[in-house]
Design a protein around this ligand. Structure first.
Ligand SMILES: [Zn+2]
Length: 119
């Protein structure tokens, strides 16, 4: 049996090992991204980045990059990245820097009000 290290992308036919595959950056170019803030348990604010159709995009790799740039905690699951804290001032620039066109970013930084206790 022969093993090959050459990881050729089945879509564009270019090598992923050599970083030639263009699918991820093409997916980023077309990606609709929604960015918003959410108030969670104990009033903590989270910055949520949601991808309409991640496809070739490596969401967990992206989350790792964002977490290290922002020095915050967070997680990646399904189509969305959750970052601890309010990063609304820098997230647009960071995402643009990572290859997501600003025109495709839908941003809603209105923070939902804290729910009143009901008793
Ligand atoms: Zn490809």
């Amino acid at each position: 049996m022969t093993f090959t290290n050459d990881d050729t992308c089945p879509v564009c036919g270019l090598s992923r090992d050599l970083g030639l595959c263009v699918c991820e950056s093409m997916a980023q170019q077309e990606q609709k991204v929604t960015v918003k803030l959410e108030r969670r348990k104990w009033g903590r604010i989270y910055s949520i980045i949601r991808f309409e159709n991640p496809g070739e995009i490596d969401i967990s790799d992206l989350a790792t990059k964002l977490k290290s740039k922002l020095a915050c905690g967070g997680s990646a699951k399904n189509k969305q990245i959750e970052l601890q804290g309010d990063h609304s001032l820098v997230l647009e620039d960071l995402l643009t820097g990572l290859g997501f066109p600003r025109d495709n970013l839908e941003v809603n930084y209105e923070v939902p009000q804290r729910k009143r206790a009901r008793n």
